[in-house]
Ligand binder design. Structure first.
Ligand code: HEM
Length: 535
């Protein structure tokens, strides 16, 4: 069992407590009324019918009927853990204060509590953890200045660079609305029109698309943020988590084997490691660039489909994170946890990255719907510091919102009657200059193929072999025009890349489009089924 407290022991100790008359362990309803019969509904005679004034039963069953909240529209399957972040007080060899005034980073050795949620993206809340999919890596820092959320993925790049494309991108990867099965035809139909995704696709169909577990994978903020110092000067930054446990990915075959036996292996691995005191640890590194357009580069630094090459922009360590405590309740903590890219503290800022700005609207919007308008009052989401606001009421409010000593009649600002006051500014305000025509345009330096080709060449042989195999297994279920266009796009990345996909498709033969569609990305199940049928 993965449970730390064996269920049977828990039952027998509860029995003992009841026997010893301890008040706390007596079953009650939510009104505090003791329940002396939890086995039978109230009925007319032993055979029924039941009666409607049966409060205890109705309270119990109606609460049960409402046990689920909507699952996350993406990243529904996840696992979480508590821990701490410890700053080095430096960025590389320089004092961190030169670049950011964010207090959590300043004083060497200072610890900030964190909660982390790892996830898969596309499938539902109870889907297998072996699927080919990016993995989410979301960290909530409960800092002395309020919360900072760093909402990242394991892969360092993303499929699209404009937030308006996100719903289409996700729809193409989610199950078909008719069959409810994920379908390579729909995915590559979208991808062939979205060449900016090729670098991320190259990672996704390689073993990097199936991390072995959550402990042995990297994390990355993907989008570009800013650091602001006390003079109000900014630099562009990207965040990266590097696992002390090393990085481990799975081939499709290895993943298939695990999935046949266990579809919760990553959650189980994380829970068991922490229960046994084997605490996973990551180092936080940043990459940094001056805050301008960098015309000398052949890509736009704000384009999240590109990596900032580490030889030009080295990884600079700034601190480490240790996860050392499992949640006590999955629903209350992991399921209700709400992360968002808008949740920054003083000294951290947004860049003009269009994806980041779109994301920042989306997260708290969905959480007001998914968890409720007062989601920030829940212990897992509430800052671990004083919160005082004039925002009031709404569904499920249980805190007034004001501060101790605040005049309870004054829920507005400004006031001379004892209301809340604005805070003093902690550093020079950062006021970037912005001008331009309002427009709907793509960025200029798209450069969609070069870096996918570079990545293809940099993979080790086994990674490249697995990549080709997985692409062929999915593309062989697609229409010929999609196969053709995808092959051309891979050839633009690297002629060998396109050639190998084309050869793989020619020798695998097309799957029977009438009966074979979908299935897990990269999986060879479809191909095997066809071969079986042909025999
Ligand atoms: C979750 C939107 C891109 C990482 C979510 C959720 C939404 C969303 C609506 C569900 C949140 C919830 O229910 O609490 C978007 C949009 C994007 C985008 C609109 C692009 C415009 C990205 C990118 C990354 C990312 C580029 C990686 C850096 C995550 C993670 C979660 C998540 C890790 C799960 C957070 C958790 O564990 O609760 N996203 N997302 N998303 N997204 Fe994004």
């Amino acid at each position: 069992t993965i449970l730390s407290t064996p269920i049977h022991d828990a039952e027998s100790s509860a029995d003992q407590e009841v026997a010893s008359g301890k008040e706390d362990s007596i079953l009650t309803n939510r009104q505090g009324h003791p329940i002396d019969n939890n086995q039978s509904m109230r009925t007319v005679g032993s055979r029924g019918p039941t009666t409607l004034e049966n409060y205890d039963f109705i309270e119990k069953i109606t609460h049960f009927d409402r046990e689920r909240i909507p699952e996350r529209v993406v990243h529904a399957r996840g696992a979480g853990a508590h821990g701490y972040f410890e700053t080095y007080g430096k960025v590389g060899d320089e004092p961190v204060s030169k670049y950011t005034r964010a207090r959590l980073f300043q004083e060497k050795g200072k610890q900030t509590p964190v909660f982390v949620r790892f996830s898969t993206v596309i499938h539902g809340k109870d889907s297998p953890e072996t699927l080919r999919d990016p993995r989410g890596f979301a960290v909530k820092f409960y800092t002395e200045d309020g919360n900072w959320d760093l909402v990242g993925n394991n892969l360092k790049v993303f499929f699209i660079r404009d937030a308006i494309k996100f719903p289409d991108f996700i729809h193409a990867f989610k199950p078909d609305p008719v069959t409810n099965i994920q379908d390579g035809e729909r995915i590559f139909d979208f991808i062939m029109h979205t060449p900016e995704s090729l670098l991320t696709i190259t990672f996704l169909f390689s073993p990097w698309g199936i991390p072995a577990n959550y402990r042995q994978m990297q994390g990355s903020g993907v989008n570009t943020y800013k650091w602001v110092n006390s003079q109000g000067e900014a630099v562009l930054v990207k965040y990266h988590w590097e696992p002390k446990q090393g990085i481990k990915n799975l081939t499709q075959q290895e993943a298939d084997q695990i999935q046949g036996k266990n579809f919760n292996h990553a959650t189980q691995d994380l829970y068991q490691a922490i229960e046994s005191g084997n605490y996973p640890e990551w180092e936080l590194c940043i990459q940094m660039m001056s805050d301008d357009e960098h015309p000398e580069l052949d890509y736009d630094p704000l384009d999240d489909t590109k990596l900032w090459p580490p030889d030009k922009f080295p990884f600079l360590p700034v601190g480490r994170m240790v996860l050392n405590r499992n949640p006590e309740n999955y629903f209350a903590e992991v399921e209700q946890a709400s992360f968002g890219t808008g949740v920054l503290v003083d000294g951290l800022d947004f860049s003009d990255d269009k994806m980041l700005q779109g994301r920042t609207f989306s997260y708290s919007d969905t959480q007001r719907y998914r968890v409720g308008p007062n989601y920030l009052q829940l212990p897992i989401n509430a800052p671990k510091k004083h919160v005082a606001t004039n925002q009031r009421d709404g569904q499920m409010t249980y805190q007034v919102g004001g501060a101790p000593g605040q005049n309870p009649h004054v829920n507005y600002e400004p006031s001379s009657l004892g209301g809340l006051k604005e805070a003093a500014r902690t550093g020079k305000e950062y006021t970037p200059w912005v001008e331009g025509n309002l427009t709907r345009q793509t960025i200029e330096r798209t450069n969609d193929y070069k870096y996918a080709g570079e990545r293809y060449r940099e993979f080790e042989d086994w990674e490249r072999d697995d990549l080709i195999n997985n692409l062929v297994n999915t593309l062989r279920t697609c229409s010929p025009h999609i196969q053709q266009t995808m092959t051309e796009l891979f050839s633009k990345c690297d002629p060998d890349y396109g050639r190998r996909v084309a050869e793989g498709l020619a020798s695998a033969g097309r799957a029977n489009a009438d009966t074979e569609f979908g299935g897990p990305l990269g999986s060879s199940h479809t191909a095997e089924a066809v071969t079986e049928a042909e025999r």
